[in-house]
Design a protein around this ligand. Structure first.
Ligand code: IYR
Length: 225
C-alpha cells in the first residue's frame, strides 16, 4: 500500500469498466429478471438446496451501511417447532391487527392482496430469514457503540437479499407482522437487535397464484432534470 494516494488504510478500487452495449445488456437482463419477482404466499415444503441461503446472505451482507457498521443479523429458521411458534405468535398479533388496528382506509388498500390474519406460509416455507437491525453495537467489553442510519442500512441489505434470493430461483415474501417484538423474544436475540423484516423463503407451490397488480411506468416514477 506504499503508493496509496490516501495513505494507509486505502487500496485501489477493483472496478470493471464496461462498453455501452454490455452495460445496457446487463442492466436490461437484471431489470427483466427483477421485474419477474413477486411476493409469494404459497410455499411448498420442499427444502432449499444446501448452501444457497448462505450465498444470498453473503450478498446481502455486502450492502453499504452507515460508517460501515453492518448493523444486521440474519436469523435463518428451518426448525419446524420454531417456525410453528413464530406462526402462532404472528397470527396472534395479526388477528388483533385485522380485527382492531387497521383503519378502514388501510383495510381497503389491502383488499386487492387478499391477505388476512392467517399466516400458514410461515410454517410451510422451508426457511424463514428474520433480519434484525442492530440499533446500537456492542463493543469489545459489551459497551454501547452508536450505529448510524440503521433503518436505511438494513433496508438496503434487505433489498440485496430479496434480489439475491430471487436470482437464486427462490420465492420470497416480505412479511411485517406488527408489532414484531415476539421475534427477538422467540429467537433469543440480545436487546440491541430489533426485528426488521420476516422473509419466508422457498419454492412456490405448483398452483401458487399472485394478485393481478401492476407496476408504475417509468414515466410515473422518474422525473428528469
Ligand atoms: N402485516 C399485515 C398487513 C399487511 C400490511 C401491508 I402495508 C401489506 O402490504 C400486506 C399486509 C399482514 O402481513 O397481513
Amino acid at each position: 500500500m506504499a503508493d496509496s494516494a490516501h495513505g494507509e488504510g486505502f487500496h485501489p478500487l477493483d472496478f470493471q469498466r464496461l462498453e455501452r452495449t454490455q452495460m445496457l445488456e446487463r442492466a436490461q437482463e437484471f431489470r427483466r429478471d427483477l421485474e419477474c419477482r413477486r411476493s409469494v404466499r404459497f410455499f411448498s415444503y420442499e427444502p432449499i438446496p444446501e448452501g444457497i441461503l448462505d450465498e444470498c446472505i453473503r450478498a446481502a451482507a455486502s450492502a453499504p451501511s452507515g460508517a460501515n457498521r453492518q448493523p444486521w443479523t440474519f436469523a435463518v429458521v428451518r426448525d419446524a417447532a420454531l417456525k410453528r411458534e413464530i406462526r402462532l405468535a404472528a397470527e396472534e398479533e395479526e388477528r388483533e391487527t385485522y380485527d382492531h388496528r387497521l383503519t378502514d382506509e388501510w383495510r381497503a388498500a389491502l383488499e386487492p392482496l387478499g391477505t388476512n390474519w392467517e399466516k400458514p406460509f410461515i410454517e410451510h416455507a422451508p426457511a424463514l430469514i428474520v433480519i434484525f437491525r442492530q440499533a446500537w453495537g456492542q463493543g469489545e467489553e459489551g459497551e454501547r457503540e452508536t450505529n448510524y442510519y440503521t433503518q436505511e442500512s438494513v433496508g438496503i441489505a434487505a433489498g440485496f437479499l430479496l434480489a439475491a434470493l430471487h436470482r437464486a430461483g427462490l420465492g420470497t415474501l416480505t412479511h411485517t407482522p406488527s408489532p414484531m417484538g415476539f421475534l427477538a423474544q422467540i429467537l433469543g436475540r440480545p436487546e440491541n437487535e430489533k426485528a426488521f423484516l420476516l422473509i419466508p423463503v422457498g419454492y412456490p407451490t405448483a398452483d401458487c397464484e399472485v394478485p393481478n397488480i401492476g407496476r408504475k411506468t417509468l414515466d410515473e416514477v422518474r422525473i428528469e432534470y
